[in-house]
Design a protein around this ligand. Structure first.
Ligand code: HEC
Ligand code: HEC
Ligand code: HEC
Ligand code: HEC
Length: 217
């Protein structure tokens, strides 16, 4: 006769400190954790989209030049979206970028009136410098998602050479900027007065109006 076997209890398979309650807590915690990661992934995905970014970022300065750039309409159709360049790889780094990005939201709500195209244009250089600094700090990591340094043969005979030798100590952003947005000079050669005059002329403002707007903020 066969010995009657006791039904196997799950507890017997686990170390003693894992009681049934601990087990339930782990399972529920795990499911919630996975749910949370999925939520973050979706959240990061949406908040990296062109649609989301351009709810705030002006058409004339950011979006329109972008839509005329090689990154928007390359022959190959490999399009770089706002988030491809501006949001880091990986769900945690991306979430962190968005967390940092909430300062954009705060400035949008409580800062200068960025909906005013003149204010926006006057502040553009600082925004561009900050963005370039962001790329430099990350060694242009988002650029290298798509571009492989060793594989940049280019159209000029020396392009590959440049990327293998001159580019050794430098990050992409140090040589390549003004890629897809309205052009802003290098920080080293930037002159505030010249920029102000240009914006005044563009918007038909009196001389000195730009400085007044900036000082009044
Ligand atoms: C709620 C409005 C809002 C949204 C949405 C938004 N931004 Fe901003 N962003 C701002 C404001 C305001 C500033 C500061 C003013 C400026 O520089 O134009 C700013 C600044 C920036 C800067 C300049 C660098 C810096 O840190 O100051 C970059 C780059 C930028 N945003 C990229 C993005 C990208 C990419 C997205 C989409 C993932 C995005 N923003 C979504 C409002 C927003
Ligand atoms: C190919 C990479 C790339 C893409 C795609 C891209 N950007 Fe940028 N962005 C940059 C770089 C590089 C800068 C630094 C300033 C410069 O040199 O143009 C910058 C700067 C900015 C700034 C600071 C202000 C300015 O215009 O310089 C904002 C805001 C911004 N980007 C928003 C966006 C938004 C919104 C999109 C999508 C519509 C976008 N970017 C798509 C590379 C990119
Ligand atoms: C989503 C992929 C992607 C990302 C991210 C990206 N690029 Fe590009 N880049 C391309 C494609 C596609 C082209 C079109 C040219 C081609 O087909 O070779 C291009 C073209 C270029 C060119 C030559 C054309 C031009 O506009 O001068 C430069 C320089 C360049 N990229 C630099 C950068 C830098 C710097 C960054 C980061 C700020 C960056 N790219 C981010 C895909 C990307
Ligand atoms: C030392 C400066 C320097 C650095 C750093 C550098 N490049 Fe370049 N790059 C150049 C020069 C110069 C050219 C040729 C420009 C031209 O033909 O207009 C070029 C050309 C290119 C082109 C266009 C090739 C073509 O002719 O279509 C791409 C794409 C590019 N670089 C991407 C990158 C990326 C991505 C990085 C970072 C991994 C990078 N570069 C780092 C100087 C640099």
């Amino acid at each position: 006769m066969l010995a009657k076997r006791k039904p196997m209890k799950i507890n017997h398979l686990l170390p003693a400190f894992i009681t049934r309650h601990v087990l339930f807590a782990l399972i529920i915690g795990g499911v919630a954790g996975i749910g949370f990661i999925l939520f973050l992934t979706e959240f990061d995905h949406y908040t990296s989209s062109e649609e989301f970014c351009t709810t705030c970022h002006s058409m004339e300065l950011a979006a329109e030049p972008y839509r005329n750039s090689l990154h928007y309409k390359p022959a190959s159709g490999v399009r770089a979206s706002c988030g491809d360049c501006h949001v880091s790889e990986g769900v945690f780094a991306a979430t962190w970028d968005h967390f940092i990005g909430t300062k954009d939201l705060i400035r949008q709500l409580f800062g200068e009136n960025y909906d005013d195209p003149v204010v926006n244009a006057l502040h553009l250089p600082e925004a561009a410098f900050a963005a370039r600094e962001w790329f430099k700090k990350r060694d242009s990591a988002t650029c290298k998602r798509c571009h492989v340094k060793e594989a940049i043969f280019g159209e000029r005979p020396d392009t590959q050479q440049i990327h293998l030798e001159d580019a050794k100590e430098k990050s992409c952003i140090e040589c390549h900027y003004n890629l897809v947005h309205r052009h802003v000079p290098d920080k080293k050669t930037f002159k505030r007065d010249a920029w102000n005059s240009m914006i005044e002329e563009e918007f038909g403002l009196e001389k000195g109006a730009a400085k007044k707007i900036l000082d009044d903020e």
